[in-house]
Design a protein. Structure first.
Ligand code: NAP
Ligand code: MG
Length: 400
């Protein structure tokens, strides 16, 4: 059998612990038997990040920008324990943070749906993709504990010395004060990444703020989104048959809970933090959640939303059987291959991505699943399998 040919390499970022083990299996069992896989490989495993003083992460991010499509394994974000465990030179920054900053990207989380896992929200039939603005607001705030009576003010001093001053509150006793900010450039990049991804997924896009209450701060988000939409996306949305819908945050929450899903929900930073966890848990398992980083100019990086599954890895090292679910890792690879196929006009590669996804979904629908899903499945699983057996079951369907 001749293998499916590729043109441009995919940027492959290897990672840590259990996901690193699964990563190699996914490639060996499900991809390389069918695809003449071309990747530009970067080892983002913690040891190698330490050896290269984290240069490898910067190089991988640059490669992703240059080549347009990347796929990333989960990586350890070191804390004090990890510094000791790996005798690190220092507590390196989160690779995801570094890559996100380099690509100026927005992260979109999308659940993988299977018929035997019912979402906790009965009306949800299609995936709800959550896009979270990852800059500013309360995550980069300044706060003051007000000790007693006094005047709380907001002050801006321009580079030319002009001062703007607004009274927040005349305190009669102790209280609290908070200052937050965002930048026009970051909001515009966020808007463009969201519109780009909605087009890519061919789904409606919803965005909401509290602009009735916050007449400058939230209103600015609303206006900048409208402006970017009018400038670059209105016609493209029309051609794709999708809509951009703006409303208030409380209204959107009510609509999401009553609706059937199937949209991209663009969220301000805090809303995205809170709502993505709600949506993820309602759809079932963390192992069924994919994650895509999209830059405003259309660079894509695919990964699983979960971490390195450390606990399973320690069992694996002791030779014990694990039941880790590789669905999100598989879908990271299929996402990258489909996108690469689309950009390079390789229908065979795109069709293979579809075929691999179908084989994976059919395996679970047929009752063969890992422990995390077996806990949730109706009807109950026919066979609860280990990490490697699950991949073998998918491989068999692919062959068949
Ligand atoms: P985690 O790796 O997501 O795992 C948390 C728990 O969720 C696991 O113990 C497991 O539960 C369950 N789980 C997650 N993925 C699963 C899968 N594929 N199959 C089956 N069960 C799965 O989170 P963590 O343990 O908090 O973090 C471990 C490391 O990952 C940390 O060093 C962190 O820095 C890193 N991390 C990386 C990323 C990334 O690179 N994108 C994201 C998050 C965390 P049970 O033990 O109950 O089976
Ligand atoms: Mg959260």
């Amino acid at each position: 059998m001749t293998k499916i040919a590729m043109k441009t390499p995919i940027v492959e970022m290897d990672g840590d612990e259990m996901t690193r083990v699964l990563w190699a299996w996914v490639k060996d069992k499900l991809i390389t038997p069918y695809v003449d896989l071309k990747t530009e490989y970067y080892d983002l495993g913690l040891k190698h990040r330490d050896d290269t003083d984290d240069q490898v992460t910067l190089d991988a991010a640059e490669a992703n920008r240059r080549l347009g499509v990347g796929v990333k394994c989960a990586t350890i974000t070191p804390n004090q324990d990890r510094v000791k465990e790996y005798t690190l030179k220092q507590q390196w920054k989160s690779p995801n943070g570094t890559i996100r900053a380099a690509l100026d990207g927005t992260v979109f989380r999308k659940p993988i749906l299977v018929p035997n896992i019912t979402p906790s929200v009965a009306s949800w039939k299609k995936p709800i993709i959550v896009g979270r603005h990852a800059y500013g607001d309360v995550y980069k705030n300044a706060e003051i504990a007000v000790p007693g009576p006094g005047t709380g003010e907001l002050v801006f001093t321009g580079a030319d010395g002009t001062v703007k001053r607004v009274l927040i509150q005349e305190f009669k006793g102790p209280g609290i004060l908070q200052g937050i900010h965002n930048t026009e450039q970051s909001i515009r990049s966020f808007a463009k990444s969201c519109f780009t991804y909605a087009l890519d997924e061919k789904v409606d896009m919803w965005f909401a703020t509290k602009d009735t209450i916050s007449k400058i701060y939230d209103q600015t988000f609303k206006l900048l989104f409208e402006d970017e939409f009018a400038k670059g996306y209105r016609e493209k949305f029309k051609a794709a048959g999708i809509e951009y819908f703006y409303t208030l945050i409380d209204d959107v929450v009510a609509r999401v809970m009553k609706g059937e899903g199937g949209m991209l929900w663009a969220c301000k930073n805090y809303d995205g933090d809170v709502m993505s966890d709600m949506v993820a848990s309602a759809f079932g398992s963390l192992a069924m959640m994919t994650s895509v980083l999209v830059s405003p100019d259309g660079v894509f990086e695919y990964e699983a939303a979960h971490g390195t599954v450390q606990k399973h890895y320690y069992k694996h090292l002791k030779g014990e059987k694990t039941s880790s679910n590789s669905m999100a890792l598989i879908f990271a690879w299929t996402g990258a291959m489909r996108k690469r196929g689309e950009l390079d006009h390789l229908p065979a590669l795109m069709a293979f991505a579809d075929r691999l996804e179908k084989a994976s979904l059919d395996t679970i629908a047929g009752g063969v699943m890992t422990g995390d899903l077996a806990r949730l499945a109706t009807p109950p699983a026919k066979q609860v399998v280990g990490s490697e057996e699950f991949l073998d079951a998918i491989a068999e369907r692919l062959r068949g």
